[in-house]
Design a protein around this ligand. Structure first.
Ligand SMILES: [Zn+2]
Length: 355
């Protein structure tokens, strides 16, 4: 499975899908699941809903297609571009980065400029610039030149696509939050089509998660699930300078099973079912408490009279930066965990007791 997961992760993570512009990922997913799905549906928001199998409990899997990005908000007289953030962008990781501007005439290279140390005052050197002080340089010398290249207010900008293997089973690339989740979901859908897992599976690829869990809010109405599992590229903090108790999850120690975050307290029955699925499949897993994070589950579990919802995460370092690192073994284990969890839901007709 690692090979399949690797190829799909490269394919999906190198797509550009800013919030509100997720078509390229949706197209790749449709191509990948064309032979497995019973139906595809897009809603007004752009959510892609893929149904696989019928009979048994109605289960929604959800992973978001969008990635943190920028939108051009102003083109100045000298051709520099101001931008607003789409999602949680940290100015510390933006300064000096390459970006791709999605102009009306195609993709343009650019960079986020920074004053060289030679002309920076001591005061300036000490502080992190605010987002509104940053700008994109596409090489234009005037507003007219930028506009002639198709750049307008409202154009998206994203981090440039790249994907590379690192040592061992680790890879570096952009947008693993949440293309890692999309990979897990797509592979689970394939497994469900091949094995028939005994659930009515709705794999949903949501939009606009990074700007406030918006796509999930409408998608859950279409699916009206009994149970849901949200799949995320989640925060790994196993890096220098982070104290032991702050290391939330680590690479290579298995998928994270969320207990609580700022958007949801996980349904206990669903949490136990996910833990049992990991144990049955012989997988290590990481119980996760991460109060500085929200997922689509925050919207989904509040639907109707409530939906028993869990979150399975693939640990990723450097979330919301241009270069994320993950361990393919965690990605593969997350796939196996989810498939096993679906089998358990089918066997029991649900996650069991709420106690
Ligand atoms: Zn995410």
């Amino acid at each position: 499975m690692i090979d399949g997961a690797l190829k799909l992760l490269e394919r999906l993570s190198t797509c550009y899908a800013p919030p509100g512009g997720e078509e390229s990922v949706a197209r790749e997913v449709v191509a990948f699941l064309n032979d497995s799905a019973d139906s595809f549906e897009r809603d007004v928001m752009g959510n892609l809903m893929v149904r696989v199998g019928g009979g048994g409990p109605r289960v929604m899997l959800a992973a978001h297609m969008d990635e943190v990005a920028m939108m051009v908000s102003w083109v100045d007289e000298e051709g520099f571009l101001s931008f607003v953030p789409l999602g949680g962008l940290d100015p510390r990781v933006l300064v000096g980065q390459r970006v791709v501007v999605h102009s009306e005439k195609g993709l343009l290279e650019g960079c986020i400029g920074v004053k060289p140390p030679h002309v920076t005052t001591q005061e300036e050197a000490k502080r992190v610039p605010e987002l509104r002080e940053l700008y994109i340089d596409i090489g234009a010398s005037s507003r007219e030149e930028a506009e002639a290249a198709g750049v307008k207010v409202g154009c998206f900008a994203t981090f440039p696509a790249h994907f590379a293997r690192l040592l061992g089973s680790r890879v570096v690339g952009k947008a693993f939050d949440d293309r890692a989740g999309c990979v897990v979901e797509a592979l689970a859908a394939r497994a469900a089509a091949e094995e028939g897992l005994g659930v009515e599976l709705h794999t949903v690829f949501t939009v606009q998660e990074e700007v406030g869990l918006r796509g999930a809010a409408t998608a859950v109405n279409s699916v009206n699930p009994q149970y849901a599992i949200v799949l995320e590229g989640t925060v790994a903090a196993d890096t220098p300078g982070v104290p032991e108790q702050g290391r939330i999850t680590r690479l290579g120690r298995g998928p994270a099973i969320r207990i609580i975050d700022s958007s949801m307290i996980t349904n206990r029955g669903m949490y136990r079912l996910l833990v049992e699925a990991a144990e049955r499949a012989g997988l290590s897993y990481q119980p996760q408490i991460v109060m500085g994070s929200a997922t689509d589950a925050g919207r989904i579990h509040l639907h109707g009279r409530g939906v028993a919802t869990g979150v399975v995460g693939v640990p990723c370092r450097y979330l919301h930066s241009p270069h994320l690192v993950l361990d393919l073994r965690d990605l593969e284990a997350a796939c196996r965990l989810v498939v096993e969890a679906l089998r358990l839901v089918a066997d029991r007709g649900g996650p069991g007791s709420r106690g």
